[in-house]
Design a protein around this ligand. Sequence first.
Ligand code: ZN
Ligand code: ZN
Length: 409
Amino acid sequence: MDERKILLVIFDGLGDRPLTELGHKTPLESTPKPNLDWFAANGINGLVDPIAPGVVAGSDTSHLALFGYDPREVYTGRGPFEAAGVGIDLQPGDIAFRGNFASVDEDLRITDRRAGRIREGTEELAKALDGLRLGRIRVTVRAGTEHRVALVLRGRGLSPKVSDTDPHEIGAKVLDAKPLETAAKPTAKAVNAFTKQAYKVLKSHPVNRARVAKGEPPANISVLRGAGIYPDLMPITERLHLTAAGIAGVALIRGMFRTVGIDPIEVPGATGGLDTNMIAKADAALEALTTYDLVVLHVKATDLCGHDGKASEKIRVIERMDAMMGHLKSKLPSDVIVAITADHSTPVAVKDHSGDPVPLTIFGEGVRVDDVLNFDERSVAHGALGRIRGQDVMSLLLDISNRATKYGA
Ligand code: ZN
Ligand code: ZN
């Protein structure tokens, strides 16, 4: 049989719960979405528990599951994916932190946790810290969006078992990193040496002098949290014997792509925000399908609306997603299997992720089309796929695309 291509579309935080204000419908049920419904009506449908029933998934753990990994085996924290997402080339064993540029007084007491939500000059500040050497440990620093930074320690015998230096509180002193296991002593020592060095380098940096002159809080410290070791994962390309590309606006997901061996594709206008250019992303996905076996297309906007608790915004975003699916449909080559799903639910009423399962539609040549007519949480529950786990999605896609290997003789 001919192997087919796979397009996996992930709408972040799409799943929701019924809302009184929407007549006891979910935002997805309330949105006219002829194209998504067309895929459901011409595909096979079901519900997905990203990790397991009732487990509240993060975007990182759920993406690992959708890519076919067992997150309980391979997940080591969010820091490494964030660092990979801002372009740091990590190696297994590296320790990655998430961090903030913050403002401190001379006693290292926090006066502003986000340095006035600094927007400009953070790349220069990161550059001033990048490449620092703390004994035999090398520090890599990159600026993220606004006040955010990613920091990576590389050296022998490092441990992720160290406490945060971010006190998460104004007026509190920057914390000393403490070793949470004996083997983590050198790592904690290095982190504390970094804190001192960072203050020394940043306090007199031209960017901060200019900020102080303008009456703005200086970004004169970098506080760290969420240490994680870069996992030694077998790339998806080797595990599944296919080539893969991914499109995402947000750094965390691009970092996930890099970590599992999915080539991230830059798309102008893909912001990871509400203003993201979904049609441009769809075109980039179609283009990538001409050279890659698997293309992952991620859209963040639904998750943002869920966190903000805005049902009407979520509906508007779903309308735009539907238009994107219409665009894809009109140009889709016949040898492509399309899967449409979400990484988890982000219900408007919860304003955070929940453990509710998410819809899944698989469309393409050879799928056993079921009776489901609409792409929403309740309709797909009647579909032929029943209720499966995130990790099963990739197995199903390999099978229907004639890429699965035989179990047994
Ligand atoms: Zn997510
Ligand atoms: Zn979220």
